[in-house]
Ligand binder design. Structure first.
Ligand SMILES: Cc1cc2nc3c(=O)[nH]c(=O)nc-3n(C[C@H](O)[C@H](O)[C@H](O)COP(=O)(O)OP(=O)(O)OC[C@H]3O[C@@H](n4cnc5c(N)ncnc54)[C@H](O)[C@@H]3O)c2cc1C
Length: 433
């Protein structure tokens, strides 16, 4: 195997056959863990420092729509469907108007941004076996599809998921499904064919595709989990008081919090996990203020375009009720604090509105003011899936088993960053044992 890939995303030894278990952190990782512990009949409690569970996930009701704090949806999977069925929570499929996805080049929206010669290079590279072991996601893009693809397609696509540049991201860590395919062959078409042949046939025909959500936003999922788990949830309690506990602990807090539950190399490794600071802003504005707007899911923006946002989601095209006024569009832009904007998170709401207005003016010919705006600042939004993080997983797992057999780590830095990925991981770890 060229790339070492894990099937398990909880780090540390397996769960004991019975409780009591204390889950520290009531973000989606902690709530999903609790949901499956409850299904298995464990004696457990979830300790959450904040007065509301959900962590990054949540939805703010605006006067004329709603704004997501972080995730706006997730890709469908049988595990997510099973969770929502158990919670009696209807899943919302994307509207047909969300079908088109755009990439920005030359400050215009394109469905396929590469030029003729760049496309020839892409085909030539894709149809050639490449033997080298790839370290970063950017290496994968350049080697298998050429520089133009790496810069114009892969880099903005990954920044839209991981918030980081492709050259900061580990190839097997951030693109594990692709690495899994390349473990079957260095020749991409053969790798894809072997991968497809090995997939079990999905029962009941076609699977739902695209980003799914809930009528009331991601808060619906958190509310349903809170209701289901209310007897086990302790809100407004700092989990650090259990730092020296000998009970079985599942730590679902971010790495910079979980480090305080350990000493020595484990604490050091967790302390080294870096996070990208991001800002998410949702605006409601008149459709007529964007003369060049096109319906779709959204657009991803390469850094080289000189715009402020990493991408813009067209919320009202994706799900109904994102704007309650049919004249208003709802858009969400994600901005990153980096060398271009070292003080982004400290900027005022008015400054952020100005930055976004500049982007919307260049992309869609925007003019005027927003009808409503909500801004969410996340100093540690998303862990950077760097080669160092990828390499740390087996070591963290080994240290936990050897030194702390009563503790597990799980969260968006242990291998699955998305809500869907974490749901699949929790189902596999606890739900189906
Ligand atoms: C802007 C943005 C957009 C995103 N978009 C998407 C998307 O569209 N789709 C998708 O699938 N994912 C998306 N994600 C990623 C996803 O939202 C996160 O990976 C996920 O919500 C993280 O969940 P978590 O439980 O691991 O961490 P967190 O949400 O950070 O939860 C950790 C919890 O631990 C608690 N805690 C901290 N310290 C203590 C303590 N001392 N004691 C007790 N509790 C403590 C916190 O209060 C928090 O509730 C996005 C993320 C961001 C930032």
């Amino acid at each position: 195997m060229k790339y070492k890939l894990r099937e398990r995303f909880y780090l540390g030894s397996k769960l004991p056959p019975k409780g009591p278990i204390r889950v520290i952190g009531g973000g989606i990782a902690g709530l999903l863990t609790g949901f499956f512990l409850q299904q298995r009949g464990y004696d457990f409690e979830i300790i959450e420092r904040a007065e509301r569970p959900g962590g990054l996930l949540g939805t703010q009701q605006l006067e004329r729509g709603l704004a997501e704090q972080a995730a706006n949806g997730f890709l469908w999977s049988p595990e997510v469907q099973a969770l929502c069925d158990a919670l009696k929570l209807p899943l919302l499929a994307p509207q047909p108007s969300a079908k088109k996805r755009f990439l920005v080049r030359g400050q215009k929206l394109h469905r396929f941004p590469l030029r003729f010669l760049e496309s020839i290079v892409l085909l030539g590279r894709a149809l050639w076996p490449h033997r080298q072991t790839l370290q970063t996601a950017s290496d994968f893009g350049r080697v298998y599809f050429g520089d133009a693809f790496a810069q114009q397609v892969l880099s903005p696509g990954l920044a839209g998921i991981y918030g980081a540049n492709a050259d900061q991201l580990s190839f097997p860590g951030a693109l594990s499904p692709v690495a899994r395919m390349l473990n079957r062959s260095d020749f991409l078409p053969l790798a894809v064919w072997r991968h497809r042949r090995a997939q079990p046939k999905a029962p009941g025909g076609k699977r739902p595709v695209g980003t799914h959500g809930f009528a009331g936003g991601m808060a619906d999922l958190i509310d349903a989990l809170q209701e289901r788990l209310h007897a086990h949830l302790r809100l407004g309690v700092d989990g650090l008081q259990y730092r020296d506990s000998t009970d079985y602990l599942i730590l679902t807090t971010p790495a910079h919090v979980s480090q305080h539950f350990f000493s020595g190399p484990l604490a050091e490794r967790l302390a080294r996990i870096a996070y990208t600071p991001l800002l998410s802003t949702t605006v409601l504005l008149e459709r007529t203020q964007l003369p060049r707007f096109r319906e779709g899911f959204g657009c991803l923006i390469p850094r080289s375009e000189g715009l402020h946002s990493l991408g813009v989601l067209f919320n009202s095209c994706i799900f109904p009720q994102r704007s309650r006024d049919p004249k208003l569009l709802s858009l969400t832009a994600i901005l990153r604090q980096d060398e271009s904007y070292p003080d982004l998170l400290a900027r005022s709401d008015a400054d952020i509105a100005t930055l976004l207005k500049e982007d919307l003016s260049r992309l869609f010919g925007f003019s005027g003011d927003f009808a409503e705006q909500a801004i969410f600042r996340w100093p540690r939004a998303i862990p950077i899936y760097s080669p160092a993080l990828y390499q740390s997983w087996p070591e963290l797992d080994r240290l936990l088993r050897a030194q702390y057999p009563q503790r597990q780590l799980f969260g968006n830095y242990t291998g699955q960053i998305s809500v869907r990925g974490m749901c699949e991981a929790a189902t596999r770890e606890i739900g189906t044992a």
